[in-house]
Design a protein around this ligand. Sequence first.
Ligand SMILES: CCCCCCCCCCCCCCCC(=O)SCCNC(=O)CCNC(=O)[C@H](O)C(C)(C)COP(=O)(O)OP(=O)(O)OC[C@H]1O[C@@H](n2cnc3c(N)ncnc32)[C@H](O)[C@@H]1OP(=O)(O)O
Length: 177
Amino acid sequence: MGVKHELELPANLEPMTRHPKVPGPGEPMRVHHSMCFGCGLDAPVGLRLNVTAGEDFCVTATMPVVDWMQGGPGVIHGGILSAAFDEVMGNASILIGVPVVTVNLEIDYAKPIPLGSTLRFTAEVLGKSGRKVYVRSQAYLDGFEAPVAAAYGIFVEINLRKHFEGYKEGAVKAPQG
Ligand SMILES: CCCCCCCCCCCCCCCC(=O)SCCNC(=O)CCNC(=O)[C@H](O)C(C)(C)COP(=O)(O)OP(=O)(O)OC[C@H]1O[C@@H](n2cnc3c(N)ncnc32)[C@H](O)[C@@H]1OP(=O)(O)O
């Protein structure tokens, strides 16, 4: 069946501006947390996604599909792909300069994705309405014609300090030295 679904966007989308301090097109997005499962370089197990800023409200990313990501024999686990979409779309939201967390994630899985392949992602912020940020992402194996999977996410703006208050004591710290 392939990628079939569209996110219903509200009518009252607000104009967005790209934050002046985010990386320019072609530059790497900054790791938001070194122990993050999605992008952190110190995380003991993680996707270590490399996300690159694009034009306007777009990012791209690549992810090698390695053996520990296996779900069915020889192919990626759907939850791993979902986590990758979450991370890539969260990074796209950074371009409009608001700290967000995911509240809703929808995925279309169109083709099995073999271990040993490299996934390429595109993601773009479609709009903002109040605290809600609407994002879409697609994943490709060869070229950019037919996506092998696609995702829509709704992210909600948070007050970073307040949101994580009470959880930081339990945070896993990066190894020293
Ligand atoms: C790792 C994190 C680092 C963060 C640093 C920032 C760096 C930038 C990102 C980098 C990349 C990260 C990528 C991974 C990101 C995750 O994976 S985050 C982890 C998973 N997500 C969570 O843990 C979020 C858990 N949820 C919550 O804490 C609370 O629901 C929230 C998000 C604080 C919202 O609660 P609230 O402040 O009480 O607000 P509430 O009125 O309930 O909702 C606000 C609006 O959202 C709407 N909404 C709420 N839930 C839903 C829903 N499920 N569906 C649709 N709409 C909804 C409400 O209807 C409301 O709409 P309006 O009435 O304003 O029109």
